[in-house]
Design a protein around this ligand. Structure first.
Ligand SMILES: C[S@@+](CC[C@H](N)C(=O)[O-])C[C@H]1O[C@@H](n2cnc3c(N)ncnc32)[C@H](O)[C@@H]1O
Length: 362
């Protein structure tokens, strides 16, 4: 009897040369994959015995783990075809300009049914998502998220561990808040926890919130002693839904983050709820004057919300605060007092109306 022709194994490959040496490319790609897959509901546990699971069900397991060279996973793309095991291999190879990183999936033709459907999947799922992610809206969102709106990655971890350009407004906020050991501080949009480091020196205790998992981990790591002593907790949450106890805080702060909050009024309501009567809320944000400067380049500039002074005061009052006042502080004197480099001080000097400080009381 003639045998049915074997289906050719389907191969799909994506590749790019990244400008990094092989060891670094390997570790960055693995770290970033863990994060990015996590955002899409896949849990990737890296390492020689690594696994990938989706809704706690196994999808793949590591069969070969050769650091700096390759990772091969046995893949189970279709639980409705339990015998269908495919292979997914990541490879790292020296190339002109850096390291060629590629991912190849082999097998799986049966999953698609008819042969013509393969082209449909390649175009509709693999290529379309690749092309859409390269189009302006997605790229602009990626850059904005990556650097400021939901920072992640090594570069952002470095910047938000020591945000030198934010130090003058940190000094201003500390002056306004007058923290002491009896204060319980709430920070919304804490980034890498650099402001917390300074605030905790007052002896206060604090809760900080950020929606970037990378920043939450960084803020904890940068304030490890306070976390271990039970003086600080850092929570991953949206600014408009604060997972904190009503009336638990004497003061609250948000710096460099309000412009990104999609539901700012809800954030004000939430902070108001979290404060004790008489509690103070200091918000530092930038004005439209920053657009086009290194502090607010495109594509970030067109993805943030700038507030007029009166609009900000109204927002706080609508959020329930009994008093709200906006000032336009001059940050030059703080930059000078901190001993920042002359070119950094000059940057603050060149933007005299760029700083906006709201002080509100519950
Ligand atoms: C420009 S960074 C400033 C970080 C820090 N406050 C500083 O001054 O270094 C803005 C921070 O706000 C956080 N953020 C933005 N939108 C948020 C939201 N809707 N909910 C919670 N956090 C948010 C980001 O993840 C990021 O860490």
């Amino acid at each position: 009897m003639p045998r049915a022709p074997r289906k050719e194994p389907l191969r799909v490959e994506v590749a790019s040369v990244v400008p990094l040496k092989r060891a670094e490319a390997f570790s960055v790609v693995v770290d970033e994959l863990v994060e990015a897959l996590g955002r899409q509901g896949l849990v990737f546990v890296p390492g020689p015995k690594g696994t990938i699971t989706q809704q706690e069900k196994p999808v793949g397991h590591v069969e070969a783990w050769v650091p700096k060279e390759r990772i091969r996973l046995a893949w189970h793309p279709a639980p409705w075809l339990p015998n269908e095991t495919t292979e997914l291999e990541l490879r790292f190879a020296d190339a002109a300009g850096g390291t060629r990183v590629s991912a190849e999936h082999r097998g799986g033709a049966d999953v698609f049914g008819e042969a013509g459907e393969v082209a449909g999947w390649v175009a509709g799922s693999a290529l379309a998502s690749f092309v859409a992610n390269l189009a302006p809206a997605a790229l602009g969102d990626w850059v904005t998220d990556r650097t400021a709106r939901r920072p992640s990655g090594r570069r952002s971890r470095g910047i938000y561990s020591d945000p030198i350009f934010h130090r003058p407004n940190f000094a201003l906020l500390l002056e306004v808040l007058e923290l002491g050991p009896r204060d319980r501080l709430l920070e919304v949009g804490c980034g890498g926890g650099a402001f917390l480091q300074e605030a905790l020196r007052s002896g206060c205790s604090a809760t900080a919130v950020d929606h970037s998992p990378d920043m939450v981990r960084l803020a904890r790591a940068n304030n490890r002693a306070a976390v271990e002593a039970g003086r600080l907790e850092v929570l991953e949450a949206e600014a408009s839904e604060l997972p904190v106890i009503t009336g638990a805080y004497t003061c609250a702060v948000s710096t460099g983050a309000l412009a990104f909050f999609p539901r700012a009024l809800e954030t004000f309501r939430e902070v108001h709820r979290a404060l004790t009567p008489g509690g103070r809320f200091a918000v530092f944000t930038g004005t439209r004057e920053l657009v086009g400067t290194p502090a607010c380049p495109e594509p970030i500039a067109s993805r943030v919300h700038f507030y007029e002074d009166a609009e900000l005061e109204t927002l706080a009052r609508q959020g329930g605060f009994r008093s709200a006042e906006v000032r336009r502080p001059d940050l030059v004197r703080y930059a000078v007092a901190l001993g920042l480099a002359p070119d950094v001080v000059d940057l603050f000097r060149s933007l005299p109306a760029a700083a906006q400080l709201l002080v509100a009381h519950r």
